[in-house]
Design a protein around this ligand. Structure first.
Ligand code: HPA
Length: 266
């Protein structure tokens, strides 16, 4: 129903959906916005509650590429269930969008990571304690979804290069998702590091699982807005996260523009 309503408004199917996490919204300054739909106008779309996450679906031309931008995601920690958190992704898939780029803010666990680095996700650890595929499965969809290669290597390579070309310090690694909203303890971060996690955050993994289940190709990138608890010298704060995100936002926008202009999105 949501997909039908959006299709009536937008005409053609964009080649890529982009979910904007904290700090990535400056990309909208580089885009030509064709349509703007508030989440509240779309049946079934949940409304975001976090400051800085507005909640609009934008149809835009970004460089050479028509894109759908989800500006303002809803998080599990806001109290939404997994169905709501991933509703927008399923709607993108129902519209026929075949690729999705997920962006987020994360805390750095890898000892070499610094504030302001960007990490392209090679893999993830789902430590949210929930899974968006739990419950009845739609006919024709996998019950036990393979997650061996959740992040598309071709898209991920292009994203990494796009970041280098935008002058960013780029990394690759494993993202671990927690439910939040409290930040982690130093003991948790030490444990996550031993498990192989390079960064920690409170989003993205439900969207990745859902997008893969819908047959979409996924790429994702984290802005390392802070060093994780116990690695960071002081206490963690949302202010630090937002401050780093706004410092690197313009270059993050350059990375997304380079990415959509690359051969990976043809
Ligand atoms: N932990 C969890 N989520 C985050 C962090 C963090 O350190 N930084 C930004 N999002």
């Amino acid at each position: 129903m949501a997909a039908r309503q959006i299709r009536e408004r937008i005409g053609q199917t964009p080649r890529l959906a982009i979910v904007l996490g904290s700090g990535f919204s400056p990309v909208l300054k580089l885009a030509h916005i064709v349509h703007r739909l508030s989440y509240s106008e779309i049946p079934g779309f949940p409304v975001a509650t976090v400051a800085g996450h507005t909640g609009e679906l934008l149809v835009a031309q970004l460089g050479a590429c028509p894109v759908l931008v989800l500006s303002g995601r809803v998080h599990y920690y806001e109290g939404h269930d997994m169905g709501r958190v991933t509703f927008a992704v399923r709607t993108m898939a129902a519209l026929g969008v075949r690729r999705i780029l997920l962006t987020n803010a994360a805390g750095g666990i890898h000892p070499e990571f610094e504030r302001g680095d960007f990490m392209v996700l090679d893999d993830h650890i789902n430590f949210m304690g929930d899974n968006p595929l739990r419950g009845p499965v739609e006919p024709g969809r996998e019950r036990f979804m393979d997650m061996t290669r959740a992040y598309d290597p071709g898209l991920s390579d292009a994203l990494f290069q796009a970041g280098i070309d935008a002058g960013l310090r780029m990394r690759r690694g494993t993202y671990l998702a927690v439910s939040g909203p409290s930040y982690e303890t130093p003991a948790e971060i030490r444990a996550f590091g031993r498990w192989g996690a390079d960064a920690v955050g409170m989003s993205t993994v439900p969207e990745t699982i859902t997008a893969r289940h819908c047959g979409m190709r996924v790429a994702a990138v984290s802005c390392i807005t802070n060093l994780a608890a116990g690695i960071s010298k002081g206490p963690l704060s949302h202010e630090e996260v937002m401050e780093t995100a706004s410092l690197v936002g313009p270059r993050a926008a350059g990375m997304l523009l380079n990415f959509v202009n690359s051969n990976a999105i043809e």
